[in-house]
Design a protein around this ligand. Structure first.
Ligand code: HEM
Length: 116
């Protein structure tokens, strides 16, 4: 069971890597827009995160305040991604503040996970 939890943590980290990696690629190439790959990364990290939020295997202690904060931040990132992609489709550009917030909040969630 513990091995299985570690596998889900690995999937969770892969989702984070896809989301943040896709964002860095856009930032470095100065194409400040949200992409489909970012949405996939968020979905993978979010799904694996919800599985990890359940207290298994028995006896494990979880910090639910920390998990709740991460969930709220994930929902905000999801909203920013959705609005950015819709705006981009309609107007051909993404408000830069939304693009930067997606990266900053993703990094913040990883920092909360590791440092809190
Ligand atoms: C963009 C969103 C997210 C990012 C970047 C992220 C990042 C991370 C990272 C880097 C870790 C590893 C920390 C460590 O092992 O020290 C982690 C662990 C964890 N995350 Fe997330 N996370 C995100 C969203 C979520 C969400 C939405 C939830 C739950 C609702 C969640 C629940 C957890 C749990 C429970 C662990 C601990 C796993 C364990 O040690 O058993 N995460 N997260």
């Amino acid at each position: 069971m513990e091995f299985l939890r570690h596998v889900v943590v690995l999937v969770h980290l892969t989702g984070f890597a896809i989301l943040f990696g896709a964002w860095v690629v856009q930032a470095v190439s100065r194409r400040l827009e949200a992409t489909r790959l970012m949405e996939w990364g968020l979905a993978i990290a979010g799904l694996a995160g919800l599985i990890l939020a359940a207290p298994w295997p028995a006896g494990i202690e979880l910090n639910y305040v920390k998990i709740g904060v991460k969930l709220v931040i994930l929902l905000v990132i999801g909203a920013l991604l959705g609005i950015s992609r819709a705006r981009h489709r309609r107007t051909g550009s993404t408000p830069p503040v939304m693009f930067w917030l997606i990266g900053i909040l993703t990094f913040t969630n990883a920092a909360i996970a590791v440092l809190w």
